[in-house]
Design a protein around this ligand. Structure first.
Ligand code: XUL
Length: 517
């Protein structure tokens, strides 16, 4: 009765999801919210610490504490963790964890009588990790692009132009700002590979899915690019373990977890990947042309591609798929649930009130428009500042509909470069539970929107990676067919809204451009 565990170290929480191959079903899902458990100790809000001037960090030690709490919760809820044949995981992409020379032996020496955080508190050469919300590295982006021969050269090499949140620019800034701490850094992990390293009790690398979110990986060979590493910081190649093949075990789980939580001796640990690449798999996007939408802290729209098609306008990113064969195109909008929550809170609504307000308003919002840049936006790349057109700030109804229509329209406009004819959108993420929001996306994109049993498609994708790594002869198509079927609740577009949204798309595009965006 093999079971597989998928972990998801996301921005706001640590989630665990277990699938059972006999039952062909998800049998457990637990989540530890960072703010709920650690806000007092670490001072985080929405899982992060905003240090101002675009600097946004989080605490790797907090993630470890959450991992421990999650395992306690899974064990105490009656899960028999000895049934887990293999585990894998996903992490918020781009974040970097800086480890000192003692990390390797500390990971190896973990003992069950003490907590993970007590034993690992001394392994960092930097207490905090810059994460994907950090937009403070514009200078470093320019420097890296120049050093590899220009923006197009970096795009050609890594599949991506330099993005502020990507690992390479963040590492360069650390090297420049804190040269001594950089010198004391023996290993740089990503969020995903850091959590994998704790479970394996040794330093392990990322897969190509997460490696491609660094501006450091050759997108075609799926290996680190020496040229990009040299352009980023001296001695970087020695500080990063080689890219791991997605489906190849990095070893067995460390005895700490066997003794403390009852995992089996031979429970395999598969390399972890980024949250978006895992979501690609978890939503069953294993064939080119399929597309999906994730409504999470950030909103992302992504598709599976046969080749690494790139965005010359810098609207999107290209990552390797965790199947190590295909690629994924991804557009990341910073103002996802952050913007929805900002509007909800600004007008003192709860989610129910927000949803009822949205339902009570008309598609097209009578021309009332908003550019919802509550935080600096990634696509388009602009600084923070909400813009309203024909929309009063105290108009509650207008602002609620405007923020959702802005998100849907922006995702439509900025996904043209993918050249994917989106026939349907598979949706995931916390926001996908809200049918009124999904209706707007279905109408703007003019295609059906399909929901899934779980909104944790990242953790499901990670569990499926574990299954594939353990049962290597299973094909991705058959895995997706078994575990990634949409639920019955498909949301169809309403033909009567086509004209309205065509007009809105044009008007929104003009507003965006008139603001230099
Ligand atoms: C993708 C991105 C975010 C993070 C956090 O490029 O920055 O989606 O992965 O979810």
């Amino acid at each position: 009765m093999p079971q597989y565990l998928g972990l998801d170290a996301s921005t706001q929480s640590m989630t665990g999801l277990i699938i059972d191959t006999d039952a062909q079903a998800i049998v457990a899902e637990e989540s530890i919210n960072f703010d709920e458990h650690f806000a007092a100790r670490y001072g985080v809000e929405n899982g992060v610490v905003d240090k101002g001037e675009g600097v946004v960090h989080s605490y790797p030690l907090m993630w470890i504490e959450a991992l421990e709490l999650l395992l306690v919760r899974l064990r105490d809820s009656g899960q028999d963790l000895s049934k887990i044949a293999a585990l894998s995981g996903s992490g918020q992409q781009h974040g970097t964890v800086y480890l000192n020379a003692g990390a390797s032996s500390a990971l190896n020496a973990l003992e069950a009588h003490s907590s993970l955080s007590d034993q690992l508190s001394g392994v960092f050469s930097r207490d905090t990790a810059p994460i994907w919300m950090d937009s403070s590295t514009s200078r470093q982006c320019q420097e890296i692009e120049e050093a590899v021969g220009g923006q197009d050269a970096l795009l050609e090499l890594t599949g991506n132009t330099a993005f502020e949140r990507f690992s390479g620019p963040q590492i360069r800034r650390f090297f420049q700002d804190e040269p001594e701490a950089y010198a004391a850094t023996a290993t740089i992990s990503l969020v995903s590979s850091f959590v994998a390293s704790v479970l394996a009790g040794k330093l392990v690398s990322v897969d190509a899915g997460d490696g491609s979110g660094t501006n450091l990986m050759d997108i075609r060979t799926r290996d680190w690019s020496g040229k990009a590493q040299e352009a980023t910081a001296p001695g970087l190649a020695n500080r990063m373990a080689p890219i791991a093949a997605s489906a190849k075990s990095v070893g067995s789980i460390h005895p700490y977890f066997i003794e403390k939580y009852g995992f089996a001796n031979d429970c395999m640990v598969l390399p972890f990947s980024g949250d978006n690449p895992c979501s690609l798999i978890g939503l069953g996007l294993v064939n080119p042309g399929q597309a999906a939408l994730s409504l999470g802290t950030s909103d992302t729209l992504f598709s599976c591609m046969a080749e690494p098609r790139v965005s010359f306008e810098g609207e999107g990113c290209v990552f390797s798929s965790p199947d190590d064969v295909h690629y994924m195109a991804l557009i990341c909008f910073m103002n996802g649930s952050l913007a929805r929550e900002a509007v909800r809170d600004r007008y003192n609504l709860d989610w129910q009130g927000f949803t009822e307000t949205l339902r009570s308003t008309e598609p097209g919002n009578d021309g009332r428009l908003m550019l919802p840049y509550f935080d600096p936006e990634i696509v388009p790349n602009v600084s923070a500042g909400v813009v309203r057109q024909d929309l009063a700030e105290d108009d509650v109804e207008g602002n609620v509909r405007a923020v959702i229509e802005a998100q849907a329209v922006s995702s439509y406009i900025h996904s043209r470069w993918m050249a994917v004819d989106i026939a349907s959108l598979n949706v995931t993420g916390g926001g996908s539970a809200n049918e009124e929001i999904l209706k707007v996306f279905a109408n703007v994109h003019g295609c059906p929107v399909q929901r899934f049993e779980t909104t944790n498609s990242t953790a499901l994708g990670a569990a499926l990676k574990a299954l594939k790594g353990h049962q290597t002869d299973l094909s991705w198509s058959s895995i997706a067919e078994t575990f990634c079927q949409p639920s019955d609740s498909v949301i169809q577009p309403e033909p009567s809204t086509r004209q309205i949204y065509h007009r809105l798309i044009t008007a929104y595009g003009k507003l965006e451009q008139s603001h230099g965006r």
